[in-house]
Design a protein around this ligand. Sequence first.
Ligand SMILES: [Zn+2]
Ligand SMILES: [Zn+2]
Length: 314
Amino acid sequence: MGVSDLGSIKNPGYFMFLNAKTVHFANASANACIDEPSSGLLYSRHSSKPSTGHSMGSFQFCLLGSGSSGNAALLVSDTARILIDNGFSLKQLKERMAMLGESISRLDAVFITHEHADHVRGVGVLARALNLPVFMTAGTCESLPITVGDIPNPVIFEAGDRIRIGNLEVASFSVPHDAADPVSFTVSCNGCKVGFATDFGKPSQLIKTRLSGSNALVIESNYCPDMLRTGHYPPQVQQRIRSRIGHLSNQDMCALLDSLWHETLRTVVLMHISENNNRPELAHAMAAQALRGRNVRLFVATQDTPTPVFEVDT
Ligand SMILES: [Zn+2]
Ligand SMILES: [Zn+2]
């Protein structure tokens, strides 16, 4: 990604560390194995040796675009490439990845936060084109819009499960949102952690706990309460957005950032900015104030173009 070729290994194998009792491995022909019983069951789809997760290498991420018209984030290590959500058409996804020198053919898996169209619109076409495993909760899988079509290789997990793709450890957690079984993720690699949280109305204690210690935070900053109140949205829609299972306001984003700040938080990316009820520069100014001049890279993701590629470091 970017200027450096990280030498991705296709199909690094993926493994599910089970916190919950049951995980259904959707592909019955998959090569499942049990390893490290102290960590719980460890499933491998591939016959390749499990990664130890301790190899050194870069860990980078980029938001390919964010907003109510489409969301997708790319996370890359030296042994794995994953997407979180894909609300873009195949053409758009290819174009956006090409801007980073990336190709969809190098992707190893897609993780889905929830079934709203701006997060899944392009998942079916992508999954069918590459026979890509799509990780999601059962509720999300059952609630996918019909337009997504068949997912040839779905992998169902429960909120709270941790899944390993190469040397990326993807940990899921529940978020309050008006969807069937929405989750967000942290992704860790080589001792560095990205906390990713979008589409939730209020930051629960669980969200704070799971995001704590992140070296990079990708956080929703959806709306300005004043712009929402004085805008053209009907009262019921305003109420839905404002509710605990709606979206995160600029103010709540700031409070969350303040509570999550620590010495090795290096990067903050604000995402899912409402086109109608927010302005990127407003969200940026408020986050900058919340961070109070601390030495943190702050960036606002937009709908139309990918963000820069951010290195995750401590
Ligand atoms: Zn959304
Ligand atoms: Zn949503």
